[in-house]
Design a protein around this ligand. Structure first.
Ligand SMILES: Nc1nc2c(c(=O)[nH]1)N[C@H]1C(S)=C(S)[C@@H](COP(=O)(O)O)O[C@H]1N2
Ligand SMILES: [Mo]
Length: 514
């Protein structure tokens, strides 16, 4: 006899089998035939969801979960799926055909997600299709007895009992879950790019960057001038890190150009490479936040590639596209002026890590990453802001994203309990491509005091600052503000990250003991 619990178990088992078969199938497809798309229904649905995330929701997710927002997405998807499958199973117990049809419908949505991901081909939907068929079979079988009593069938012989529905359903659910995990693991093992990355030789440059000792004040707790690559913040819409084989990588330049250009990696590496110190920051960085980092980037100026293609009159934007479909719309002028807007192949002297865009990404001083720093870049379209828009623009973020002047107190940390005695307030300030001319600090309602600035090896990177402090006992509020190289002092107006970056002064509260 079936009951509601049986239905829920049957539904979850069917769902797990569907995804188990689909994920293993997707991994096998990826490893044998190879796929430009996203055959995994989990990744495809997640990706489709991310792409439909409006600005406020993305902002909320980053606020609540930080850079663990992808983990949160998968946990949320998992819970939603379990509940949805349980409900479908219960429906199927009562109305078998309706339940099976609804299950097939959900499966069709998954297939639609796979087929609409960037680079998808029809073959990508096959694993999901097989999964859905297997899931339908499981569901049909497990809910069969209660809803379709067949007269004349010797009861107990082929009709599962309640116990066997639970046992079979539970077993199949576990098997499906194993399939999901195995499929994902298999897919990751297929990511062969790591070997290519190890073989990749960072090109030499005529004028290597050296960071003068004076750029580093070395106050414990202060962000180091160069951010260690392993700790460098990561932001992107990719649910699994795109794996781009350098052997097949191509960059195409087209649109409003005199001649289309396509280069491969070998050709790119043959160009005169430059090194540049550029601080990258995210438009989602809140005041005092950590979605910002500084690195040495090695690459070929985008300007030179655009010259080769010959930009036509009237163009004002370059739409760069990643292999995973992400796009950024960058004002043409910042890619053609004399700044170091790069097609970067190395970060801090090493090949780009996969998660930072291996083998090639864009790095543009002075703009937030979402309008400029396309990782895994494969396509540059010379166009206009009137005709095209980058990924985040229709999702509620500004069309242009010039970096706003910002400063951050790293030490003392907010909420710190300090012992009495002299200490140091220290941090970083940035206004990429304008540089930082002054950093001032205010303790409580006191006068603004100028901090000591470290050397600024590049106006495109952040600048460290520090100020000795001998505080009185009690609670204190420290406020920081910076002035950029054009004499503009950071505004105190508090504005959220949407649509084009937060403003306001960073403030920390500390207490000083006896
Ligand atoms: N392909 C791709 N490139 C991308 C993004 C993305 O989602 N996909 N995000 C951009 C954003 S919003 C930022 S802030 C920077 C972050 O670069 P990082 O992860 O190397 O720090 O990458 C940019 N490049
Ligand atoms: Mo970003």
């Amino acid at each position: 006899m079936s009951s509601r619990a049986d239905g829920a178990v049957a539904g979850v088992a069917a769902g797990a089998v569907t995804l188990g078969v689909a994920e293993v199938g997707a991994a096998l497809l990826g490893r044998t035939v190879g796929s430009e798309g996203t055959p995994s229904p989990l990744l495809a649905v997640g990706g489709a969801f991310v792409d439909r995330t409006p600005a406020w929701l993305k902002d909320l997710a980053v606020t609540v979960f930080g850079t663990a927002d992808k983990v949160a997405l998968f946990v949320g998807m998992g819970l939603t799926l379990v509940i949805a499958c349980a409900v479908l199973g219960e429906v199927a117990v009562r109305r078998r055909t309706v339940g099976l049809l609804l299950f097939a419908l959900v499966g069709a949505v998954g297939m639609a997600a796979v087929l609409t991901r960037p680079g998808a081909s029809a073959a990508d939907a096959v694993p999901t299709l097989l999964g859905v068929l297997a899931g339908l079979g499981v569901l049909a079988r497990l809910v069969a007895p209660a809803t379709q009593p067949r007269s004349g069938m010797p009861s107990g012989a082929t009709v599962p009992t309640r116990r066997s529905v639970l046992a079979w359903g539970g077993g199949l659910a576990v098997l499906g879950a194993v399939g999901i995990v195995a499929g994902r693991a298999l897919a990751r093992a297929g990511e062969v790019v790591e070997a290519a990355r190890e073989a990749f030789r960072v090109p030499t440059v005529r004028r290597p960057v050296t960071v003068p000792a004076g750029a580093e004040q070395g106050v414990p707790g202060q962000a180091t001038y160069l951010s260690p690559t392993d700790d460098f913040y990561r932001i992107d819409t990719a649910l699994s890190v795109p794996q781009v084989d350098p052997a097949t990588w191509r960059l195409r330049v087209h649109g409003m150009v005199d001649r289309e250009v396509e280069i491969d990696l070998e050709e790119l590496l043959d160009q005169p490479m430059v090194e540049a110190l550029v601080t990258l920051c995210c438009v989602s960085n809140t005041v005092g936040g950590s979605l910002v980092g500084n690195a040495v980037w090695t690459g070929w100026p985008v300007r030179e590639l655009l010259e080769r293609a010959g930009v036509q009159d009237g163009a004002d934007m370059v739409l760069s596209t990643s292999t995973d479909g992400f796009t950024a719309g960058t004002p043409l002028e910042v890619l053609t002026d004399d700044r170091n807007a790069l097609l970067a192949v190395a970060m801090n002297g090493e090949p780009l890590p996969d998660r930072h865009g291996f083998p090639v990404r864009m790095v543009v001083p002075g703009l937030y990453g979402y309008v400029s720093a396309t990782k895994w870049v494969v396509d540059l379209k010379v166009t206009t802001f009137a005709a095209d828009e980058g990924y985040w623009t229709p999702r509620g973020w500004g069309e242009r994203g010039p970096v706003k002047t910002a400063s951050r107190i790293d030490v003392p940390r907010a909420g710190a309990d300090l012992a009495a005695g002299p200490t140091v307030i220290a941090g970083v300030a940035w206004a990429q491509h304008r540089g930082i001319d002054k950093v001032e600090l205010q303790v409580d309602d006191g006068p603004w005091e100028e901090a000591e600035l470290a050397l600024e090896p590049s106006v495109d990177s952040w600048r460290q600052w520090k100020l000795p402090w001998d505080p009185a006992q009690g609670e204190h509020t420290i406020t920081v503000r910076a002035t950029d190289g054009e004499g503009q002092t950071q505004t105190s107006e508090e504005v959220g990250v949407i649509p084009d970056g937060a403003t306001g002064w960073h403030r920390v509260e500390v207490s000083v003991g006896a």
